[in-house]
Design a protein around this ligand. Structure first.
Ligand SMILES: Cc1cc2nc3c(=O)[nH]c(=O)nc-3n(C[C@H](O)[C@H](O)[C@H](O)COP(=O)(O)O)c2cc1C
Ligand code: SF4
Length: 481
């Protein structure tokens, strides 16, 4: 992962630990409503992909164990990882693009309900993504993948395609840059990647026509499976975020001005709402800032937040960065990963950072979005996430009006019981996340995600379940509350 050049080491801390009475009376442990749904407390475990589904996208026992462990900490809400809305192969990512996925998802819902003693609400994040391929071997790229065009023929002064392929394969980088266009060079150096602006492709042109129904069908399945609500994934590097992006120049009324860029996200929401009804909680996660050159900034995000609230979303959750635009060049045979560049750092900042540090980088932008929503007369609750890891921080955010709900991904991974520990006045037992991003490194390699703080604990105990490679603990150590 990219790191800021300053390389300042920041130390996470437990902060001031409240006694049980203080915790009980705190904002963090007070209820909040998202639509008609009440969360018992304002704690929220945001979506995290742990790479535990089957290759066909089904819920496994491993997936169930993962969420069961989070549920025992009894947070106000857990959002199940990004789950694909299409019925297409997508590796070990959960899927909800067909009714055959419902029974497994229902079992997941029932497990979380039981493990949290009914105290945790379970939402699911629904996602669409475009095609991305691995970085090719150059020889293969020139032999097979590159489509020879008139531009190549003109540049090389021949119409013999075989000859063109052979000559391109023998060129150095500077020579290739004279002959190939930017997308061809990108396909060679990073692997082919579709964009929402690829209007020459029928299925990309058709996205505004097909996505509302796909998201609506997925939400209907989520409701059938018993989920308490749906989070539409409008963040990071994926299709819906690409529509919101200032880099979206589509000329069909869904790109260009921000009013156009927000159209499809609103159409999708309208279709979902119509399908699941007024009472079913639906919100979205989107970027407070894209953090890439030419991308959407806070002004755009404020505008979108107000639009989403006016449209009737039940909650809004913010993230930042996580784009392909500045991702690191992958090795040959692997695909680009959107969390490897500076924008990826903004999404999951590490403990070695710049002067701003990794804790609460999204607080000020989220506060600005919330203030604009309130100024527009809407009470839509806003979830803020990013480096939040102790009671004091969380309570200050709520007290200052930066947000209504506090998201903590890695801190919840480090210690799924941290909510219960604080609520019981036992905050000194919390395992604080170190923000070294060991977990994120596993995620990047699509390996089953675990936390370095619990990995080796009890690994020699035969009763402890391990990851499929047998090297790490599959779930966090127990805590007797
Ligand atoms: C292993 C891992 C997987 C993640 N998967 C998702 C995901 O599926 N959807 C999403 O919106 N964010 C995802 N994120 C980002 C987190 O939800 C969160 O925004 C980010 O980690 C910053 O919050 P934190 O500092 O509390 O960890 C993931 C993060 C991690 C560490
Ligand atoms: S591995 Fe654990 S301690 Fe390290 S960043 Fe991830 S959650 Fe935090």
């Amino acid at each position: 992962m990219w790191r800021p050049p300053q390389r300042i080491r920041h130390q996470p801390a437990r902060g001031r630990i409240p006694a049980q009475d203080e915790a009980k009376a705190s904002l963090l442990f007070s209820p909040v409503k998202i639509g008609n749904l009440t969360l018992a407390q304002r704690t929220w475990v945001p979506a995290m992909v742990p790479w535990r589904a089957t290759e066909d996208g089904f819920v496994t026992q491993n997936v169930i164990d993962w969420y069961e462990r989070f549920a025992r900490g009894q947070p106000g809400a857990i959002v199940v990882e990004a789950t694909g809305i299409r019925d297409i192969p997508s590796g070990p990512l959960l899927r909800i693009g067909h009714d055959r996925f419902i029974p497994g998802l229902r079992k997941l819902v029932e497990t979380v309900r039981a493990a949290s003693e009914g105290r945790t609400r379970l939402l699911i994040q629904t996602i669409d993504f475009l095609a991305i391929r691995r970085r090719p071997q150059p020889a293969k790229f020139f032999q097979r993948f590159l489509k020879i065009t008139d531009a190549h023929r003109r540049a090389l002064g021949t119409s013999n395609d075989g000859d063109i392929r052979a000559r391109l394969a023998a060129m150095n980088d500077d020579e290739l840059a004279q002959v190939l266009d930017a997308r061809e060079l990108e396909s060679l150096r990073f692997g082919y990647r579709e964009r929402v602006t690829d209007m020459h492709l029928d299925h990309i042109r058709a996205l505004p026509a097909v996505l509302p129904a796909l998201f609506a069908d997925a939400a209907a399945r989520a409701s059938q499976a018993g989920f308490d609500g749906v989070e539409l994934h409008y963040a990071h590097a994926y299709t819906m975020a690409s529509f919101l992006s200032a880099t979206n120049t589509r000329g069909d009324g869904y790109g260009g001005a921000r009013e156009n860029r927000v159209r499809l996200p609103l159409d999708v929401f309208a279709a979902v709402r119509e399908r699941v009804g007024a009472d079913y909680p639906i919100g979205c996660r989107y970027l407070a800032e894209e953090c890439v050159a030419g991308g959407s900034g806070l002004d755009d995000a404020v505008f979108y937040g107000v639009e989403f609230a006016r449209a009737g979303m039940d909650f809004i959750s913010t993230s930042r960065g996580g784009k392909f635009d500045d991702a690191r060049q992958p090795n040959v045979g692997t695909a680009a990963y959107p969390y490897t560049g500076p924008s990826g750092y903004e999404c999951m900042p590490q403990h070695i950072s710049d002067a701003r540090g990794p804790f609460g980088r999204n607080v000020a932008p989220t506060a600005a979005i919330r203030a604009a929503i309130r100024a527009a007369g809407k009470t839509t609750p806003v979830v803020c996430t990013g480096g939040i890891h102790n009671f004091e921080m969380a309570e200050n955010l709520l007290a200052s009006g930066a947000c209504d709900i506090v998201g903590a991904a890695r801190q919840s991974l480090a210690d799924p019981d941290w909510y219960r520990k604080i609520a019981q006045g036992r905050g000194n037992e919390v395992r604080t996340c170190e923000y070294t991003n060991y977990c994120e490194g596993l995620d990047q390699k699509h390996k089953q995600v675990t936390c370095k703080l619990w990995d080796h604990d009890g690994l020699d105990d035969a009763r402890v379940s391990r990851t499929s490679d047998g090297k790490r603990r599959a779930t966090a150590p127990e805590w007797k509350g």
